[in-house]
Ligand binder design. Structure first.
Ligand SMILES: Nc1ncnc2c1ncn2[C@@H]1O[C@H](COP(=O)(O)OP(=O)(O)OP(=O)(O)O)[C@@H](O)[C@H]1O
Ligand SMILES: [Mg+2]
Length: 244
């Protein structure tokens, strides 16, 4: 199983560098008690996004090296260490890894073997959105894109996105949409959002592509630990389910 702990949930996006240890702790406890093998990815929230924005780092435009690269990356490591500390206090044994691209560069088979080995040892691999060196310069590699890579590599039954809202909603009515398909997603008109990585539009694009690979994608509130737990276990939950 793969779970994305949204930066919108584990931090307060309205206040720079504000970590929500209580929320993260509740989600980590649910991961621990689910008895599922879970690879965890977390977003940047108010640690990564404000710096990335300030220095003009984004998912599309490559940027040459600058203090912004190291500062943004530093903020992500800072948040990651807070998340791992909370996980360790919540009956999990986190195994943080970065940069994801270096691992992925060794090819999909070794990466999946390596991750499965960690899971088998009872560890919880944890990674996060990052600033990576790609052709032409530095780009933001969003946690959402990492989820898609993990779906490709691990082919998990389910991917669970914990968000600060109850699921994917209809833009006009704000009603939660219980079920979506990749083709329904392609017909939606979505805001690109204000963060460094494309907001809900990118998230749903990832969901559509992961669902097309055979993974069921769940969008659930990270504030409702019971619903998060049900989604993680493959039970009916309140939120949005995306299936091909
Ligand atoms: N149709 C929609 N359905 C669900 N959420 C939406 C929709 N349109 C916009 N949003 C917004 O998208 C936000 C979630 O995306 P956002 O990128 O901010 O969070 P995140 O991915 O959890 O954070 P991070 O990028 O730091 O990991 C929600 O707070 C919600 O307000
Ligand atoms: Mg996001």
């Amino acid at each position: 199983m793969v779970a994305k702990l949204g930066g919108s949930v584990i931090t307060d996006k309205t206040k720079n560098s504000s970590y929500r240890s209580d929320v993260t702790s509740a989600l980590a406890e649910e991961i621990a008690s689910s008895d599922e093998s879970v690879v965890v990815v977390h977003g940047g929230g108010s640690f990564g996004h404000p710096l990335a924005k300030q220095y003009g780092l984004s998912a599309d435009g490559p940027l040459q090296a600058s203090t912004g690269v190291s500062q943004t990356r530093g903020a992500m490591y800072e948040l990651n260490s807070l998340v791992c500390k909370t996980m360790g206090e919540s009956r999990l044994s986190p195994y943080p890894f970065a940069p994801f691209d270096a691992v992925a560069a060794s090819g999909p088979v070794p990466t999946s073997k390596w991750l499965r080995g960690l899971l088998k040892a009872g560890l919880t691999p944890v990674t996060f959105g990052d600033v990576t060196l790609q052709k032409g310069g530095f780009k933001v590699l969003s946690g959402d894109m990492i989820i898609l890579e993990l779906a490709r590599i691990l082919k998990p039954d389910r991917c669970v996105f914990a968000l600060d809202v109850d699921g994917v909603y209809e833009e006009s009515s704000r009603m939660i949409i219980p079920e979506l398909t990749p083709s329904k997603i392609r017909r939606m008109h979505l805001p690109r959002g204000t963060d460094a990585t494309g907001g809900i539009a990118l998230k749903l694009d990832v969901a559509a592509r992961a669902a097309a690979l055979g993974t069921t994608v769940c969008f659930v509130s990270g504030y409702r630990r019971n619903e998060f737990s049900k989604a993680l276990r493959g039970l009916d939950f309140y939120g949005t389910i995306v299936r091909a």
